[in-house]
Design a protein around this ligand. Structure first.
Ligand code: FAD
Length: 485
């Protein structure tokens, strides 16, 4: 009987490089660990010192809570894994955690790190974690060369972009360096926020989730000074709470125009002081979002972004009731003021080492003065405007292109990146907010978990195909020996 030996690289483990080591990377690794029948060598490139935590879960502030219930945050769908981890590893003294609770985000970062430990010891994943950013991805025949900011390049069969949320577009770039030093353009930088004097007047550009985080953190540190947060519509994220079910409530208008969807949503939500009805509508809308988004033509998608998105954001991305209550109290006692208007200009008041924001609504201008301005205008999306060298270079080289609305990268329905020439890259994927253009709602863990399932299955198929090719090219040992003679 002939014995066989593998002859070439078809027999080697598939090499996957994930650029970005936040929650999306951990979810993908967990899915591969779960499903891969053969070994896969995965290299993650991530510049942060906390693996797995990313922007969202590297906060150490205890009042930065998840805005998703514990029962929806496990790395595997339909599992209570995260809840069990919380109860076991971070138990609460009186009432231990329940499925409906909103845990500190720091705990979720720790949970993701515990998952990474399990992945490191898995027999089917050979994990290398490199503490560096990826700066470029270049096609080399059937392989990719991934160029890091530091160190040597890595060759890969498959590359996944999982670079997550970018910093906001900077404000005040036209001002003097002295004035710019009063602006915190990256709202997630903890050190600079710690330096704000407790009696200082604080200006916040934006009233969304990041602004909520900043206000919660300032209040937690007993900030006593006034806080002014401004945005065009002055909409603040709504609170989580009870929701009624609307079986088939929206399915009846699908497929439909944006106008018909908005009309139906208004009808279903009705007059709703308690919030139970609109929350129920949003739950249903969330599950239908990809199909509804795909059913809108680009001009309707643009109209959604211009007119509906601010309302979508505050109703869909809700906050924990306790965070909402703290915010409401700060407003009620006059410490926090939400101002409606767009930022017209910023001025440096050198005599008082302060900044003045001129906020305009129609013909009215309001002058707001503060010792510091925190930029909470939301992550910059346009891949050509972000500072991320990887994305800019991928687009410049034609490896990728922005989606039609410049919300991120163009991808197909399997989240394969689309090149400049319009063809889907067979072995280059993108995950998370980068892929919002494809189905709009791809921000939170439950949606990314679904997305990752699709990408992991593709990778597993690739691994199986490679193993099949290896088997087909095996050469009998006797034949090899006779060839060598
Ligand atoms: C403040 C905040 C709070 C949130 N809260 C919740 C919540 O409670 N529940 C929920 O479900 N979702 C929440 N989200 C949504 C969040 O987007 C997802 O939950 C999740 O964190 C996305 O993970 P990610 O890995 O795609 O992105 P990120 O967490 O942003 O991680 C991406 C990583 O990529 C790295 N990176 C960037 N560029 C490069 C590069 N060129 N090379 C290598 N590495 C790179 C970054 O350093 C970062 O660590 C929150 C988001 C934010 C910003």
């Amino acid at each position: 009987m002939a014995s066989y030996s593998p002859t070439n690289k078809a027999a080697q483990p598939i090499r996957v490089v994930i650029c970005g080591g936040g929650a999306s990377a951990v979810l993908l690794l967990a899915a591969l660990k779960e499903g891969a029948a053969r070994p896969i060598a995965v290299t993650v490139m991530e510049p942060r010192d906390q693996p797995g935590a990313g922007v969202a879960y590297s906060t150490a502030c205890p009042v930065h809570l998840l805005n998703t219930r514990a029962c929806n945050m496990s790395v595997n769908a339909n599992s209570t894994d995260f809840l069990k981890w919380l109860m076991r590893e971070r138990p609460r003294a009186n009432f231990n955690w329940g499925p409906e609770d909103f845990a500190p985000r720091q705990y979720y970062g720790e949970y993701l790190q515990s998952k990474l430990l399990g992945i490191r010891s898995a027999s089917n994943i050979q994990l290398s974690w490199l503490r560096t950013a990826a700066h470029g991805v270049v096609a080399r025949g059937h392989e990719w060369e991934v160029i890091p900011a530091q160190g040597a390049s890595t060759l890969a069969d498959i590359v996944v972009f999982a670079t997550g949320n970018e910093a906001p577009a900077p404000l005040g770039t036209e001002l003097s360096p002295e004035a710019q030093s009063l602006i915190l353009n990256n709202p997630w930088e903890a050190d600079r926020k710690n330096g704000i004097p407790s009696d200082a007047a604080v200006l916040i550009a934006g009233t969304g989730l990041t602004a909520v985080d900043v206000v919660a953190e300032l209040l937690h540190r007993s900030h006593a000074g006034p806080i002014f947060a401004f945005s065009r519509r002055a909409l603040v994220p709504r609170s989580h709470g009870a929701a009624v079910a609307f079986p088939e409530g929206l399915h009846r208008v699908f497929p439909a125009s944006l106008r018909a969807i908005v009309k139906r949503v208004r009808e279903l939500a009705g007059e709703d002081a308690s919030g139970d009805r609109w929350r129920g509508v949003m739950t249903e809308l969330r599950s239908m979002a990809p199909a509804l988004w795909a059913g809108l033509d680009p001009s309707e998608q643009r109209r959604f972004l211009r007119h509906v998105r601010p309302f979508w954001d505050v109703h869909r991305h809700r906050i924990a009731p306790v965070v909402h209550a703290r915010l409401s109290h700060a407003i009620a006692r006059g410490q926090l003021t939400i101002v409606r208007g767009r930022l017209e200009s910023l001025e440096h008041v050198a005599a008082r080492a302060a900044l003045r924001a001129i906020v305009r609504r129609n013909d009215c201008r309001q002058l707001l003065e503060g010792a510091v301005l925190i930029n909470c205008t939301g992550p910059q999306a346009h891949p050509l405007r972000v500072a991320n060298a990887l994305l800019r270079r991928a687009i410049a080289d034609g490896v990728a292109r922005p989606d039609a609305l410049a919300l991120g990268l163009a991808t197909d329905q399997r989240f394969r990146v689309i090149a400049r020439d319009g063809a889907a890259q067979r072995t280059l994927y993108a995950l998370g907010t980068l892929t919002r253009g494809s189905q709009w709602e791809l921000t939170a863990v439950p949606e990314i978990r679904e997305q990752v399932r699709i990408v992991a299955r593709d990778i597993e198929l690739f691994v199986a195909a490679r193993a099949y090719a290896a088997a087909a090219t095996r050469v009998p040992v006797e034949a090899q020996t006779s060839l060598a003679m």
